[in-house]
Design a protein around this ligand. Structure first.
Ligand code: NDP
Length: 249
């Protein structure tokens, strides 16, 4: 068993920034050919250039995870160019914090569709293709520590992320027989564009007291957990929700 991903084709959604760009880079360093997907294709192209400059293999593909046609078209393009995707990192996500009483239908649709329904959409499409090709695979859903415990001002996001954990556990039950493992990674707080404003606020600074090491996570602290779930190192691990959160209180 090893963390080597040579011969694997790994799709990362939301690879145009933050954690997704990091995941794309480390999957390529581990030997996978990476498909970097998101809406901002210009950003994906510079990521692909970085990966290729480091000796890795990657392609950029436009994908709006909220649009079923866009998802299918992206998978078709990848299938025709590189073959069947064998590793999926469902990382695309949005945060729209706010008080529960101020939440609206539009905010629910935006937050829950992007963070939960889209994970179902991409995973379903990917697993159908893996089953047809008989290749097996690994699906890693990026949930959040907020999907495991309550917090204030994040009800819609946290509800979606908790849903991702149940989606993970249930699809894992069904897909094991096709040699497809499904796991969730539950990051604590890692500073990216999704939360920069929050951590620059006074409230954000106070929040650090809830993290025993009193600091945000470094992206590289997600690298080995991700690679373990993606590779044969995690061959007997499925249906797990793994927190990487500094022992968040
Ligand atoms: P960023 O805001 O930096 O990145 C979010 C990514 O999601 C972007 O690349 C964006 O790409 C993509 N995205 C958003 N909507 C869509 C869409 N409709 N279709 C395709 N792609 C989309 O956030 P992070 O890197 O911080 O977050 C990545 C994931 O990690 C999210 O799921 C988040 O919930 C989760 N997470 C993050 C934590 C943190 O501390 N940062 C903690 C816990 C979980 P584009 O706009 O180009 O389409």
């Amino acid at each position: 068993k090893s963390l080597d991903l040579s011969g694997q084709l790994a799709l990362v959604t939301g690879a145009s920034s933050g954690l997704g760009a990091h995941f794309a880079k480390v999957l390529a360093q581990a030997g996978a050919t990476v498909v970097a997907a998101a809406r901002r294709v210009d950003r994906l192209e510079s990521l692909v250039a970085d990966i290729e400059a480091g000796g890795g293999k990657a392609m950029a593909v436009a994908m709006d995870v909220n649009d079923g046609n866009s998802v299918v078209a992206a998978f078709e393009q990848v299938q025709a160019t590189l073959g069947t995707v064998t590793v999926v990192v469902n990382n695309a996500g949005v945060a729209d914090p706010g008080r529960f009483v101020d939440s609206t239908e539009d905010k629910w649709d935006f937050t829950v569709d992007t963070n939960l329904k889209a994970v179902w959409r991409v995973s379903r499409e990917a697993s159908e293709r893996m089953i047809k090709a008989g290749v097996g695979g690994s699906i890693i859903n990026i949930s959040s520590i907020l999907g495991l415990q309550p917090s204030s001002n994040n009800t819609l996001y946290a509800t979606a992320k908790a849903g991702v954990i149940q989606l993970t556990k249930n699809s894992a039950q069904e897909l094991w027989r096709h040699s497809i493992r499904v796991n969730a990674l539950c990051p604590g707080y890692f500073e990216t564009e999704i939360n920069t404003d929050f951590f620059q606020s006074e409230k954000g600074a106070q929040y650090l007291n809830k993290i025993p090491p009193r600091r945000l996570g470094q992206m590289d602290e997600l690298t080995m957990p991700l690679l373990m779930l993606a590779s044969s190192a995690g061959s007997f691990i499925s249906g797990v929700a793994l927190p990487v959160d500094g022992g968040h209180l």
